[in-house]
Design a protein around this ligand. Structure first.
Ligand code: FE2
Length: 318
């Protein structure tokens, strides 16, 4: 098995154990454990170790970290006794590119029966035929992968690294202990086999030898929040999407407008054609292209006076 040793691992484990201290690891505390881990992942102390640890992993795997990107924050895993974890899969199935590697870091109780299985010799890949993908094979694979030899049991100060085509999963926790771990992915930026949105990844900056959030095209810009009500268009969700999008990419919402929805899209049409609101803004952000899909369908060749962005798809529409 490909175990990776680093002195950062014990630092991370110590930090996260401190956060989880005094929380009984029972199913009834599931949300509390999860929110505590997310809080820890957002702390500057964790992020700084996480980012430098990722540089070590990328250097080990690719030779250097140039042209690679890193998951913004890791994914926590909480595996309760007698429960099923994640079904057998490869990360490639879920959109990660062929260059992607996953780093799995044990935190608590990564012991036999509570850890996960990895087909590290890639014997079971023969069952998977992309032209004839059959979910029924998963049961067979799940049985065959669950053998001692495939158990991931990293020695102290070690994490487990695996590529995106390796089948793995947590079939059943047969112990009376709750396992806590986290994992994250690093990938080549130019990986055309990936379906992931790289604006949601940290990009390696070789000038400072660190991963950092790339500047969004609208970074620091003033924006108009555009909301459109109507059937199947939840305005509450639209507000959340645009607010979070703006916060994440450091956009300032200086104005907002709601559509006069009974007459098609007069506001959106006006804004695109130069109609100005009170405050200054450099772009208009709407929750999703879907919000005005019929309008955009009819204006494919139309040019806008001002950039129109959708938060959900994270792309410029016009
Ligand atoms: Fe996975």
């Amino acid at each position: 098995m490909n175990y990776f040793n680093s002195d950062k691992i014990s630092l991370i484990q110590k930090l996260l154990k401190n956060y989880l201290n005094n929380i009984p690891l029972t199913k009834s505390n599931s949300s509390l454990i999860k929110s505590t881990l997310f809080r820890a992942f957002e702390s500057e102390e964790f992020l700084s170790i996480y980012r430098s640890f990722a540089v070590e992993v990328a250097t080990h795997f690719y030779g250097n970290a140039y042209d690679t990107c890193l998951q913004t924050s890791p994914t926590p895993r909480i595996f309760f006794p007698n429960s099923h974890g994640t079904s057998i899969h490869s990360d490639y199935w879920y959109g990660h590119g062929l260059s992607a590697i996953t780093t799995w870091v044990p935190i608590l109780n990564s012991i036999s029966g509570a850890t996960f299985y990895a087909d590290h010799r890639k014997i079971l890949n023969n069952y998977i035929d992309e032209h004839n993908f059959d979910l029924n094979y998963l049961k067979k694979i799940s049985e065959e992968i669950s053998i001692k030899e495939n158990e991931v049991l990293p020695p102290p100060d070690c994490a487990f690294l695996f590529d995106s085509t390796m089948l793995h999963g947590s079939t059943l926790n047969t112990t009376d202990k709750t396992r806590i771990s986290f994992d994250f992915r690093i990938s080549r930026i130019s990986d055309i086999t990936s379906t992931k949105d790289l604006d949601n990844y940290l990009i390696f900056d070789k000038n400072i030898n660190e991963y950092k959030l790339p500047y969004h095209k609208l970074y620091g810009k003033k924006i108009l929040k555009y909301i459109c009500g109507g059937q199947d268009k939840n305005t509450f969700a639209q507000q959340i999407l645009i607010d979070s999008f703006s916060e994440r990419y450091n956009l300032q919402i200086t104005d907002q407008e709601a559509e006069i929805e009974r007459y098609n899209y007069p506001i959106l049409d006006g804004l695109i054609n130069g109609y100005k609101l009170k405050n200054e803004y450099d772009a208009i952000v709407l929750a999703s292209e879907y919000i005005a899909h019929d309008y955009f369908l009819n204006s494919q060749n139309c040019k806008s006076n001002i950039p129109i962005w959708s938060a959900l798809e994270n792309k410029q529409i016009l």
